[in-house]
Design a protein around this ligand. Structure first.
Ligand SMILES: NC(=O)c1ccc[n+]([C@@H]2O[C@H](COP(=O)([O-])OP(=O)(O)OC[C@H]3O[C@@H](n4cnc5c(N)ncnc54)[C@H](OP(=O)(O)O)[C@@H]3O)[C@@H](O)[C@H]2O)c1
Length: 440
């Protein structure tokens, strides 16, 4: 279709919506010059008005509280959904697609739950559905997996994809403070929401992993079908012991292809060797490491959230959609969402993964304790790589740390069950999985 000016409507004028409106209005000439397209921001919708934003002047008639003024306006070509949440976003996007509009969204929660329906609907209506900003904010990882690595069998995709958790873990490591204190500080600085549950429990990272897996392996794996563990149980004790052992703790989202052609999917705190590149991704930054059969290891680093980095990705998607409109060719859509029978690949249960482990037991300081624990581990096919025991300080208990060689999770859980029956072992062990191969 030859359209000299493409009209854009934005649903949501919060953090990201504001950044997008700034780029569309203030950088309009640059976008036009670089891409040979003319974008016009026709309408911006939010729940309450009046509203102003520093750094951007929108005419009053550009603002509305009625989403129908975007969704049902025949002149609007591209709908940019930035309201967040699932229910309203789902119905507004569905209606927009049915009205023939191209969609851009940053909403990982929506796509993790309804990606299949929405992509099928988009294909049926010959419109594009672009979602670069939904994972790792300003880092162009979606496009990279979808386009640049399309000639590769992806061996693994692992990343630090939640800036809140990375900020908290970095502060705990550098400033020697406990989790709850850093969380309050992160909330004050705007790195954590008032209700941080989605971030600190690992759910946000898991939703992003679902999207990465769909692109890397063509499988649609809902969040409730893999192991998700947040950072709330990480204490200063673990941070310090990890340091002594030469490791750093990060919340990683991990997807790997197994030898028997299954997909390993998990989100949990992970020990990374302190010299690895991923271990040195600090503060609210994100990084995603992709290992491809042809390209080998690659690492993408940048700001995973925030007004302008996220807006950068959203506007790139708007420009792609505008080019699709002009050329009449829609952007590619991942097979994972279009055809559930597309792949035979299944997900590897957490019990079947093979990895190294950090374990910390609190035990009574008595002869034979190490031998008892070591014997149970050995009988369960788990070999100890190193052991550290701290001298007791005014208590009869001591911390006993172990790093294991690679072991199967099922064996580890069976061993722990037996170890907990030992009268000398107090409480449950702290278990943190170690990753070395994905972290280069
Ligand atoms: N913030 C980030 O750094 C970031 C990074 C990556 C992805 N994302 C994703 O981007 C999306 C937007 O995030 P955000 O941080 O910009 O959110 P936000 O600051 O909370 O802004 C949401 C905006 O949507 C409007 N809104 C909410 N429900 C609405 C409805 N039913 N009808 C009309 N307007 C509605 C709100 O209106 P009012 O202003 O009137 O309340 C507000 O303007 C989310 O999906 C988020 O996961 C955000």
């Amino acid at each position: 279709m030859d359209k000299s000016c493409i009209n854009v409507g934005i649903l949501g004028w919060g953090t990201v919506g504001t950044g997008v409106s700034k780029i569309l209005v203030n950088q309009n000439n640059l976008i036009s010059k670089n891409n040979n397209i003319q974008l016009n921001l026709k309408k911006v919708v939010k729940r309450t008005l009046p509203a102003t934003r520093e750094g951007i002047d929108l005419p009053t008639d550009c603002l509305s509280t009625d989403p129908n003024e975007v969704v049902d306006d025949p002149e609007i070509d591209i709908v940019v959904e930035l309201i967040g949440g699932v229910t309203d976003a789902y119905s507004l996007i569905k209606r927009s697609i049915q009205n023939g509009k191209h969609i851009v969204t940053a909403n990982k929660a929506l796509l993790a739950e309804h990606g299949s329906d929405l992509f099928q609907l988009a294909q049926k209506n010959s419109v594009s559905l672009n979602f670069e900003a939904s994972t790792a904010g300003g880092i162009p990882i979606i496009k990279t997996l979808q386009e640049s690595f399309t000639a590769n069998q992806i061996q693994s995709v692992c990343g630090i994809v939640n800036g809140t958790c990375n900020y908290i873990l970095t502060e705990m490591s550098e400033a020697d403070v406990e989790y709850t204190d850093v969380l309050s500080d992160a909330q004050e600085k705007g790195y954590a929401e008032a209700d941080p549950t989605m971030d600190v429990e690992g759910i946000d990272a898991a939703q992003k992993l679902t999207l990465l897996i769909a692109l890397a392996y063509g499988v649609n794996v809902p969040v409730d079908q893999f192991h998700v563990e947040g950072i709330t149980e990480i204490s200063q004790t673990e941070i310090q012991y990890a340091k002594e052992l030469g490791y750093v703790i990060k919340l990683l989202a991990i997807a790997k292809l197994t030898d028997d052609n299954r997909v390993e999917a998990r989100v949990h705190p992970t020990l990374l060797p302190e010299r690895s590149l991923l271990a040195n991704v600090g503060g609210p930054f994100n990084a995603v490491c992709v290992i491809g059969s042809a390209v080998g290891p690659t690492l993408f680093y940048g700001q995973g959230a925030g007004e302008m980095p996220t807006a950068s990705a959203v506007v790139a998607d708007i420009i792609d959609a505008a080019k699709s409109i002009q050329s009449g060719v829609s952007s590619p859509i991942s097979q994972a969402w279009l055809d559930k029978s597309h792949t035979e690949m299944s997900v590897c249960a957490i019990e079947d993964i093979v990895t190294r482990y950090y374990l910390r037991f609190v035990v009574i300081d008595r002869p034979g304790v190490l031998a008892s624990i070591g014997s149970i581990l050995g009988n369960c096919n788990i070999s100890i790589a190193s052991v550290i025991q701290k001298e007791p300080h005014c208590t009869e208990t001591v911390s006993l740390m172990m790093l294991t060689h690679k072991a199967r999770e099922k064996d580890m859980q069976a061993a722990l069950k037996q170890i907990y029956t030992l009268e000398v072992v107090k409480g449950d062990a702290k278990l943190i999985r170690i990753e070395e191969e994905v972290a280069f």
